[in-house]
Design a protein around this ligand. Structure first.
Ligand code: BV8
Ligand code: ZN
Length: 248
């Protein structure tokens, strides 16, 4: 695919790279995407469950949804797409992986410089005392309570209508304005503000590359569109780069 080699050549010349991933990069690990087939749970849409209102109204239902996802993710393993991104991290002077995913698979694949803008499904926060900790119980007792004060715990993720962490947003902004190449992998480019990150980077001078089996609202704005699964395209991009420390 000539397009892929053009992108590989771009990466070869780049020193500063940013990547935004979405649920599509975890799809090949068996974690259902939000808006694709298998994303629905008991006929509920994520937009209806991942909100403070839904949790206030029926915390048990929302926790059952998260417990179901935590169970799936606990069984999932990083796929070649995650592993390629982890390997790419060491090939650039400056590489920032921004993810909308809360599954933690990038870190399990070995990525270190990861900005989890929507939080982590493996962290819980107490509504009363604010205690924040990792909790990997699968299944998790429903309703889970705080071991310090007995208050109700919530998943430490960003729900619809909630603001993203300003510290992480600043990390994102710094990465986007510096990037010479930005990859958008496995995202439907629907959820804001993440869906705007690619355009921010492009306006600041980055070449924008989309990796997705299907077109998205951003496809026409991208400089390159690599049509296909991230689990194949990312390893192919990695393989097309000169070997690290290799000969001439
Ligand atoms: C905020 C954490 C303001 C929880 C998530 C207009 C109208 C209505 C609402 C809004 C609006 N504009 C903005 C909003 C608000 C809202 C929003 O964007 N709504 C959308 C639905 C329109 N945004 C927010 O509320 C955000 N906050 O704006 O705050 C504010 C400011 C100050 C003070 C107070 C408030 C917060 C958004 C965060 C929501 N939380 N997740 C959880 O996970 O449980 S979002 C959720 O969607 C996930 O994080 C997910 O990652 C994310 C985006 O989805 P994608 O990752 O793109 O996944 P999707 O399934 O959609 O697509 C998968 C893609 O992969 C597809 O394109 C598919 O083709 C592709 N694919 C499939 N297989 C593969 C593949 N690609 C590659 N390889 C494959 N093998
Ligand atoms: Zn507490």
């Amino acid at each position: 695919m000539a397009m892929l080699h053009n992108v590989a050549r771009l990466l070869q010349q780049a020193r500063r790279v940013a990547v935004l991933t979405g649920a599509g990069v975890s799809q090949e690990s068996g974690v259902p995407t939000f808006r694709g087939p298998g994303g629905l749970w008991r006929q509920h849409r994520p937009e209806d469950l991942a909100t403070p209102e839904a949790f206030a109204k029926d915390p048990r239902l929302v926790w059952e949804w998260y417990d179901w996802r935590r169970g799936l993710i606990a069984e999932a393993r990083p796929n070649p797409g995650h592993l390629a991104l982890a390997a790419l991290e060491d090939r650039f002077e400056d590489f920032t992986l921004i993810t909308q995913n809360v599954d933690g698979l990038h870190r399990r694949a070995g990525s270190r410089q990861v900005v989890e803008i929507h939080g982590s499904i493996w962290e819980v926060r107490c509504l009363d005392c604010g205690d924040l900790r990792e909790d990997r119980r699968a299944p998790i007792p429903i309703l889970p309570t705080c071991s310090l004060c007995g208050g109700l715990l919530r998943p430490n993720v960003v729900w619809f209508g909630e603001a993203l962490d300003p510290v992480r947003l600043e990390q994102v902004r710094e990465a986007l304005v510096r990037a010479q190449v930005m990859l958008l992998a496995g995202t439907s480019a629907v959820v804001q503000p993440a869906a705007a990150f690619g355009l921010w980077a492009q306006q600041a001078g980055a070449v924008l590359v989309e990796i997705n089996p299907v077109p998205t609202p951003l496809s026409l704005r991208c400089d390159y569109v690599l049509k296909g699964p991230a689990g194949e395209i990312l390893p192919a991009l990695l393989a097309a780069l000169p070997q690290p420390g290799g000969g001439l």
